[in-house]
Write a protein that binds this ligand. Structure first.
Ligand code: FAD
Length: 288
C-alpha cells in the first residue's frame, strides 16, 4: 500500500525506523527487532540507507522482509548524493522487483573522512524529480524536514527549498529529531502560511543514554532544552534512571504532539524494540 493512501484514510499514523546492520554482521538482530515491532501493528516501518557505513545493499532486502514476512508496509530510505543515474536506476529496479511502493527520498550527508565521487544529483529535490520522470506515480515519495532548520542553509532559504522539494511531488514529510515541541509548532505555522499541506510526521528519538545525546548533537542541530539538560545532569551517573527519565520525556513529547493534532509519530527505534513498545503502551497511540 502506498503511504499517500494511508494518510488519506488516517488522521494519526504510528511508524518506526530501523537501520541495516554493518555488512560484517548478520541480519538476525534486526529481524528479531522487526518481529517485535510488527506485533505493535504500526502503519509502516522505514529502513535507512547507507547512513554511517556501506550498508546500502541491505535496505531493499530488509524493506522487502518487513512487507512479505512481517505483513507491515515498508518505506525504503534512498539517498542520492554521489550517485550516478545508473546506480539510481539499478536501485529503483530493485525496489520495484521487491514490491516496495514507498521511498523516503534524501540527499544524504557529505562524508567527513573521504572525498565524494561526483554524482548526478545535488539535492533530494533532484532525486524526487528523477523518480517521477522515470517511474511516474509508481512510488509514494516522502522527504525530510528540519524544524530547527537544516544546518547548511539559513532558515528562510531552507523553507523555500522545502517548498520546492514538496512541489516536486512529495506525499509526506518526516522530521529530523527534535526535543522541544515548540520548534515543531512554530514550523508547522510557517508551512501553513506557505501552503505546504502534506502530512507532517514527527521523528521522535527516545534518548535513553548519554552516548545518544552526543550523537544527536553532532549529527543535527537539535537544541537540548533546559529541562532535558537537567535530566542529563541529574542522572549522568545513573544509567538506569537516565533511561527511565529519557523514556518519560519522549512519552510526554508524544502525548503533547498527539493532543496538538500531529499527523504521525515516527519513532527512531535504534533497533531497540523494547523502548518503542513502552512508548506505544504508555501513549496508546496505536489502538490494537
Ligand atoms: P535536501 O532537501 O536536498 O537539503 C539539503 C540542504 O540543501 C538543505 O540545507 C537545503 O536547504 C539545501 N537545498 C535544498 N535545495 C537546494 C537548492 N536547490 N539550492 C541550494 N540549496 C538547496 N541520511 C542517510 O544517509 N541515510 C538515511 O537513511 C537518512 N534518513 C533520514 C531520515 C530522516 C527522517 C531525516 C530527517 C534525515 C535522514 N538522513 C539520512 C539525513 C539526511 O540525508 C541529511 O539530513 C542531509 O544533510 C539532508 O538531506 P535532505 O534530503 O533533507 O536534503
Amino acid at each position: 500500500m502506498k503511504i499517500a493512501d494511508i494518510y488519506k484514510s488516517k488522521s494519526l499514523t504510528t511508524s518506526f525506523e530501523v537501520f541495516p546492520p554493518n555488512e560484517k554482521v548478520g541480519l538476525e538482530e534486526v529481524y528479531n527487532c522487526l518481529d517485535v515491532l510488527s506485533l505493535e501493528k504500526p502503519d509502516y516501518i522505514s529502513v535507512t540507507y547507507g547512513a554511517g557505513g556501506n550498508t546500502k545493499g541491505r535496505t531493499v532486502e530488509i524493506a522487502n522482509r518487513i512487507k512479505s514476512q512481517n505483513g507491515v508496509e515498508s518505506v525504503a530510505h534512498f539517498t542520492c548524493i554521489g550517485s550516478k543515474k545508473e546506480e539510481i536506476d539499478r536501485v529503483l529496479e530493485d525496489l520495484e522487483r521487491n514490491n516496495i511502493e514507498n521511498i523516503l527520498a534524501l540527499r544524504g550527508d557529505y562524508p567527513v573522512d573521504r572525498e565524494l565521487e561526483l554524482g548526478d544529483f545535488n539535492y533530494a529535490r533532484d532525486l524526487i524529480n528523477y523518480i517521477h520522470e522515470k517511474k511516474g506515480d509508481k512510488f509514494s515519495i516522502g522527504a525530510a524536514y528540519y524544524v530547527e532548520g537544516h544546518r547548511e542553509t539559513n532558515d528562510l532559504l531552507d523553507l523555500f527549498y522545502l517548498k520546492e522539494k514538496v512541489n516536486a511531488g512529495v506525499d509526506f514529510l518526516i522530521s529530523q529529531i527534535f526535543l522541544d515541541n515548540e520548534f515543531f509548532y512554530s514550523f508547522r505555522d510557517k508551512l501553513e502560511k506557505l501552503q505546504i499541506n502534506v502530512p507532517l510526521v514527527a521523528g521522535i528519538m527516545p534518548v535513553t543514554n548519554a552516548k545518544q545525546i552526543k550523537k544527536i548533537t553532532s549529527l543535527c542541530s537539535c537544541t537540548i532544552p533546559k529541562k532535558f539538560l537537567k535530566i542529563l545532569e541529574k542522572y549522568e551517573d545513573n544509567p538506569s534512571a537516565l533511561r527511565e527519565a529519557g523514556l518519560a520525556y519522549a512519552i510526554e513529547q508524544v502525548v503533547d504532539l498527539v493532543a496538538s493534532d500531529i499527523n504521525g509519530i515516527h519513532l527512531y527505534t535504534m533497533n531497540k524494540p523494547e523502548t518503542a513498545k513502552k512508548i506505544i503502551d504508555a501513549t496508546g497511540i496505536i489502538r490494537k
